[in-house]
Design a protein around this ligand. Sequence first.
Ligand code: CA
Ligand code: ZN
Length: 309
Amino acid sequence: MRVLGKDKHFFAFGPNLKPAYAVAPGEEVVIETMDCFSDQLTSEDQLITSIDFSRVNPATGPAYVEGAEPGDALKVSIKKIELQRLGIIVTVPGLGVLGKIVREAKTRTCEIGEEGVDFKGIKIPYSKMVGVIGVAARKETPCGTPGRHGGNLDTKVITEGATLYLPVFFEGGLFGLGDLHAVMGDGEVCVAACEARGQVTVEFGVVKDASPAWPFVELGDHYYILVSGDDLDHAFREAVFYGVKALQESNSLAWKDAYMLASMIMDVQVSQLVNPRKTVRVRLSKKYVSLEGIIKALKSELPEELRGE
Ligand code: CA
Ligand code: ZN
């Protein structure tokens, strides 16, 4: 299988990205990744304050996906995530949900073994995932910030077996990924997870004219719509709006009935609370929504009344 090496990487999703690799739809490729610190931390003696901060959150790529044009959806199927043994987690004063009471930077290593992660003797089962994943955005956006283009989504369901749909803004999409985690809880409360180096096997596809307003994921029996915003209330509102819309489109319901159905069967969840924009998601069972319904819903515009404050 072809390997896209981590020597080609970038730190911002934006309109000036130039392709480093070209990939055809249907071709499986292995993408090597550095960890979110660009592999600068290797022991507990090194603090985050000692690293080059302009090099955090690298994404390997960009990969030009043949046939992906503005207005399409880029389909990314995650086949396999393989991690190296060294995991790193840090605290940083001022960062994370409780940043106000974090007095000092700390680095801990965790061992990523056969059975799972070992953190200070506590055994944690894996939930391997990809933190940073996206395409070139219309506006220059650091890889540490999530948005409509993807980016630092830090979402647990972006894992083996998942398929992520992203909007395409530029020819070829200009895709990149990085920031693998061996395990992370919803919220990623201390600002980092078990950060790991590794490689991801992916296959790309293109869905013509299906550019979604926000990224969405298919995993197992569910779809997830991922919305990021400066303000959590707003992000939740927008995610709920598109979830209700997906139920309406999938079942030919009146809007008010879809709203009531959502209240009964749709789960609102948190992806992460610690990045420059927060990411939330709604979870919908395939029993109630179809791929066509979600694509149609994510083409609609957010009503004026729900925008901003
Ligand atoms: Ca991250
Ligand atoms: Zn990370």
